[in-house]
Design a protein around this ligand. Structure first.
Ligand code: AP5
Length: 217
């Protein structure tokens, strides 16, 4: 299965993708996580991406397309769930071309729809684990011990781009560039709209219901 989760920043892509990957035995490929790892490793790619990420701009297509082609190539044949990529129509076209060359395609696109005011609250309250990538929220999805990851005991951190000013810029780019990616995939009748405003477990149940029906076809 090759699945794509689309949605504004804070829609819950990362939160839901981790559970989807686990249930269906897929590789979770998050362009944001890969970029953050490149930055932490101090690579040239990470250095090039830094200024774009910190200001909420999109990293140029050329860099992202190459990076994600490599990640997809390395993914196991059982499939993957893409999180944060593609984010422009150009990225989607290039992704489709490379999958076609491999005799495959995207099977389903889950479009997480969330209100803007909820986005800002979720993003400014997010805390993440720098070691295992687990995602929490200071009010909505709290760790058992404040500031400490339940899964690996590491101290939780706040992403440098999780300020209100930067998230508003990320939202602007979402509406200007990424919303068109949903329409691009609608033509293939593979887009499933999901209300991403309720609690995370409610959204996950809807996602599992949809994906189970596709797997069992
Ligand atoms: P990226 O890391 O992909 O950020 P994003 O798309 O802005 O998405 P987020 O990670 O902020 O949100 P999410 O939807 O994953 O929400 P989450 O589950 O964490 O990209 C960062 C930057 O990298 C970009 O700005 C860009 O510069 C660059 N980049 C990446 N990919 C690129 C590409 N393809 N092209 C160009 N540039 C690229 O949840 C958010 C919070 O809400 C958490 O605290 C969580 O606990 C909480 N939460 C989740 N679900 C719920 C719920 N249902 N109810 C209550 N709280 C919830």
């Amino acid at each position: 299965m090759r699945i794509l989760l689309l949605g504004a920043p804070g829609a819950g892509k990362g939160t839901q993708c981790k559970a989807v990957a686990e249930r269906y035995g897929l590789e979770h490929l998050s362009s944001g996580d890969i970029l953050r790892q490149e930055r932490a490793d101090g690579t040239d790619l990470g250095k090039k991406a830094q200024q774009f990420m910190d200001s909420g701009e999109l990293v140029p297509d050329k860099i992202i397309i190459e990076m994600m082609a490599h990640a997809i190539n390395e993914a196991p044949k059982s499939g993957f769930v893409l999180d944060g990529f593609p984010r422009t129509v150009n990225q989607a076209v290039e992704l489709d071309k490379s999958l076609e060359a491999d005799g495959s395609r995207i099977d389903a696109v889950l479009n997480l729809q969330v209100d803007d005011d909820i986005v800002v609250k979720r993003i400014t309250g997010r805390r993440s684990c720098p070691a295992c990538g687990a995602i929490y929220h200071i009010e909505n999805i709290r760790p058992k011990v404040d500031g400490i990851c339940d899964k690996c005991g590491e101290k939780l951190v706040q992403r440098t781009d999780d300020t209100e000013e930067v998230v508003l810029n990320r939202l602007k780019h979402y509406y200007e560039q990424t919303a068109a990616v949903v329409d691009y995939y609608r033509k293939n009748n593979i887009v499933y709209d999901i209300d991403a405003n309720p609690a995370a477990d409610e959204i996950l149940a809807l996602i599992f219901e949809k994906l189970d029906s596709l797997v069992n076809v």
